[in-house]
Structures are given as C-alpha cells and as structure tokens.
Ligand binder design. Structure first.
Ligand SMILES: NC(=O)c1ccc[n+]([C@@H]2O[C@H](COP(=O)([O-])OP(=O)(O)OC[C@H]3O[C@@H](n4cnc5c(N)ncnc54)[C@H](OP(=O)(O)O)[C@@H]3O)[C@@H](O)[C@H]2O)c1
Length: 326
C-alpha cells in the first residue's frame, strides 16, 4: 500500500510517500480501507522527534481515520465488511489501509461525510475523557477552553455547548476570537489583548469557572488557578507554553482546586473502548441531528501531507486539517 512515512526527524519535507505492506490485523482488530485521515498537532510533534511512538504502534503518522471495513476479526461486534467507520488509532493513519482495534471504531455518524467522520476521533476522545471524565464537568458547570479554534478547542466548545454548558474560549487573534463565539462560546477572549482570568471572573460574578481545558501550561497555570471557582479543576493536555510552572499552593489548599492532566495515545484499548461507548451514546446523536457540525479548515490529498503539516505549523487554521486517500 501507499503511505506517508517520517523519513527522519525534521521539517515537513521529511514526510514522504512510500510503499509499505498492508497492515496485518491482530485479534480484535479490523482492517480499514482509508478514505480520509485527520492531521493533529501530535503528528507534528512525532515528525519533529518530540513524541515517541508507543511500543507496538505503527511508526507511520496518523491518529484517526475514516473508511470502509475490508477485513479483520469482526466476531463479537456489530460491524460487518463494507460498513463505514471512523477509528482512533495509535498510528498509521496516513496510509491506504489501517488496522484499528474494534473497540476504538465507531460508525460514521449518519449524514456526515467520510472527511467529517475522520476529523472526529482524536479530538472527541481527548475532549470527552479530559473534560467530562477526568475533570468531571457536570450539569450547570462552566468551562474555559484554551486554544478555542484548535482542533481540540473546536470540539470542546461544540460538545460542551451542545450539552448545555456555558463556555468561554481563548484565541490569539480577533478573527479567531469571533470564531469561538460563532462556534457557541458565550465569550471569545483574545489572549493577546485581554487577561482571560479577569474576563472569566467578571463574567461569572467573581466566582470563576468550574473546569479549564488547558493546552498551554507554563505560566498559564498560576493564572488558571485564579480563574477557577472553588472546587474547580484544570486539566492539562499539552505544554505549548512550557512544562515548568510556579503556583500558589495555598489557593489549591484553601479553595480545594484540582490540577490534573493526561495523554490519550499510550492508554490501553479498554480505556479507549469506554470513551468510544460514551461518545456513541452521548455525542453521536448530536452529530446525527446536526446540532454539532464538524469544522473542516482544509482538505489535501495524502501526497500533500507535508503541505498539511506546514499549514498546521503556520497556525492560521480554525478547526481541522484533513488528508484524503484516493
Ligand atoms: N493530551 C492528549 O491526549 C492530547 C491529545 C490530542 C492533542 N493534544 C494536544 O492538544 C493541543 C491541540 O491539538 P490540536 O491538534 O487541536 O492543535 P492545533 O489545532 O495546532 O492547536 C494549537 C492551539 O494552541 C493554541 N495556543 C497556543 N498558545 C496559546 C496561548 N498562549 N493561549 C491560548 N492558546 C494558545 C493556538 O491558539 P492560537 O492559534 O489562537 O494562537 C492553537 O489554537 C496540541 O498541543 C496537542 O499536542 C493532547
């Protein structure tokens, strides 16, 4: 099969088309003929040599695909050959064929294109497990999303607003700030001109927000503690602003704050299976009713994976960058 491989760590040009054997499915896996694959920031980190491939995973980039089931072990599942599915995978998405654990596959939501479906798994699994499970965003609670127009941020705004939460979101330009509000955020916050902690405290009558989804960390963390309500939770999913932080531990103690975080990729199949089940029950109906419409910024052919990475690194995108496989 044709695939895109990382020939060495470096810039986007190290992504090259290659020939690889079609993956062999292990027990409990299906083989998907890929129609579309999502591009995510972790693919960029992997290409740069900053995100090691977990043991046993494909070295090819690509954490999410949508396509048609063409093989594998479908016993014990409600899938059959020819079904259209989307899947969270540990790697190998930038390819004509991809093996995926059955438990990490979901049907393409009715009415969505393959490209839209392929844009869902990495961000939806991450948002669900961090915002709703790890940080336990509960009915009536408020959410601040850092990086509101990122793939992750768009998913977080859309899912949380569709489930009835008040959402605030940060972005680095006026266009992106407005985009956050168009997506459903009550207030977009331009982090270059406004202090998010002051804005959210003002908008919550001085209380602060219950949960913050953070991809920045670094010196944001101490500011986030002051943006949290008592008993609030901040969940760190990336370190774009640096790993080291200085915080006032007194606030954590006095106001019963929680600082937590996680990375999805190395977690076991059983963990991801539970997230898939929750998404199917709680979020897939919202996609099928078109309450949530995936936001696709740009779609490029697989052969232009390097251009897709360049586009992501330029950072002007709102929503997802996608690859299509002929
Ligand atoms: N832990 C996990 O399991 C997991 C899973 C998937 C992804 N991630 C991480 O989540 C992040 C987002 O992924 P993605 O694929 O959605 O990437 P992406 O679309 O490239 O988004 C990166 C975002 O970071 C925002 N950002 C950078 N500096 C910021 C700051 N100081 N304040 C607020 N926002 C800031 C950017 O906002 P502006 O463009 O507006 O500046 C941009 O929206 C990545 O770092 C990725 O590695 C983690």
């Amino acid at each position: 099969m044709k695939a895109i491989e990382i020939t060495q760590f470096g810039g986007p040009e190290v992504l090259q088309m290659c020939e690889r054997p079609t993956p062999e499915c292990k027990v409990g896996e299906m083989l998907i003929k890929v129609h579309a694959a999502g591009v995510n920031r972790p693919d960029v980190f992997q290409r740069q040599g900053n995100y090691p491939v977990p043991p046993g995973a494909s070295d090819l980039p690509g954490l999410e695909v949508a396509g048609e089931i063409v093989g594998g072990d479908l016993s014990g599942s409600d899938f059959k050959l020819g079904d259209q599915v989307c899947a969270l995978v540990q790697g190998g998405g930038y390819a004509e064929y991809c093996a995926a654990p059955l438990a990490q596959c979901l049907p393409v939501p009715k009415g969505l294109s393959m490209i839209e479906a392929a844009s869902l798994p990495e961000t939806y699994f991450t948002v669900w497990s961090n915002v709703f499970e790890r940080a336990r965003l509960a009915r009536g609670e408020t959410l601040l999303v850092q990086g509101g127009t990122s793939g992750i941020g768009v998913a977080a705004i859309q899912i949380a607003t569709a489930l009835g939460h008040r959402v605030f979101a940060t972005a680095g330009s006026e266009d992106k700030r407005v985009a956050c509000e168009t997506l459903g955020a009550e207030r977009g916050i331009n982090y270059r001109t406004e202090k998010f902690e002051e804005v959210v405290r003002h908008l919550t009558d001085g209380c602060g927000v219950d949960v913050i989804l953070d991809m920045v960390a670094g010196d944001y963390l101490s500011r986030e503690l002051s943006a949290l309500a008592d008993d609030g939770r901040v969940v760190v999913i990336a370190l774009l602003g640096g790993a080291k932080a200085q915080i006032d531990a007194g606030q954590v103690l006095r106001r019963r704050l929680t600082i937590t975080g996680s990375t999805l990729r190395p977690r076991p199949v059983a963990f991801k299976a539970a997230i898939a089940a929750s998404l199917r029950e709680r979020v897939w109906p919202l996609l099928e009713q078109r309450t949530i419409k995936p936001v696709i910024f740009k779609t490029l052919p697989l052969a232009q994976a390097a251009q897709a990475h360049t586009l992501m690194e330029q950072g002007s995108h709102i929503g997802k960058i996608m690859l299509t496989v002929a």
